[in-house]
Design a protein around this ligand. Sequence first.
Ligand SMILES: [Zn+2]
Length: 180
Amino acid sequence: MRCACGSKATVFPKYTRLTYCGRCFSKLLEKRVKREIRKRGTFSREDIITVEDDGSAVGQACLHLLRQILKDVGCRITEGDNGKIFIPAWPADSEAAFLISKMAGISCNRPKGIHLMTQILISDCEAYCKIHRIKYHNKRNSCGETGSLLSHISNEYPQTIFSIVRSKTKLENWYAQNTY
Ligand SMILES: [Zn+2]
């Protein structure tokens, strides 16, 4: 199996028929984070960014991705949980579970901060960490029972989580109109 660039493919995401080499897959994830950064405006040299350090693949991939993306900006990027600009380790899996929980009236806490990882799956982060030899603990970020249900459904329908996250605005409008 080959990547579109011609190199040998080493990453095989379940949600697409495309296969990637490590380099092109990393670029793909960078592109998804950049899109989220653009939504808030960009970062500047004076910014001190803190990425949530929960030991998960999501937090570690986020830290590495941001250092890559913002290397020309020159801002400081640290790990921890109390920076002024806080980036939670909150992947698409958690975001989808949060939206579904909210609609079902199940309580689920979404961390505050600037969300930059909501278009990236936990499995993408794990693949990214493997490519870059980044260590992480196996802890999974999820929203309790809803998270487990969604990951179960995703095994059969791998596009599920992306579909929910991408329908976010529609779902929220629908929710706003149908709750009193
Ligand atoms: Zn490639």
